[in-house]
Design a protein around this ligand. Structure first.
Ligand SMILES: O=C(CO)COP(=O)(O)O
Length: 124
């Protein structure tokens, strides 16, 4: 089964939850992984099974980056907050870089994420 990583910064968590609820039918067919707080919200509010890693500022982006480097992640949906500085900015940059290194589709906003999921729907 293919794996999708879901990550959202604090001010993007509501948008992520709405996106997940909107696409629950597709997402439920994939293995889902997430950083801690994002995953907890998705588990509790959308009722989807999801493997969680550490919170982003504590190393979660790096953990997911290592899964990307090991070719264990097929799609990354990372709703970044472009208007707030993050203490772990280098980890975020590293994760996005690894997606490019390994040619993994990565969405950093909800519109792109919707387009990617649309392509999964047409494939199915
Ligand atoms: O900070 C994050 C991504 O950089 C997300 O971490 P949380 O899902 O734990 O809030």
């Amino acid at each position: 089964m293919k794996t999708i990583a879901l990550i959202a910064h604090d001010r993007k968590k509501e948008e992520m939850l709405n996106f997940v609820l909107e696409n629950k039918d597709v997402l439920s067919q994939y293995d889902l992984i997430a950083t801690a707080t994002t995953g907890k919200i998705i588990k509790e509010k959308a009722g989807l099974a999801i493997t969680t890693y550490l919170s982003g500022p504590l190393g979660g982006d790096q953990q997911i980056g290592s899964r990307v480097a090991c070719q264990k992640v097929d799609i990354v949906i990372f709703l970044r907050d472009p208007l707030a500085a993050q203490p772990h900015e280098p980890d975020i940059t590293a994760l996005l870089r690894l997606c490019d290194v390994h040619n993994i589709p990565v969405a950093t906003n909800a519109s792109t994420a919707r387009l990617i999921l649309q392509s999964l729907r047409t494939k199915a």
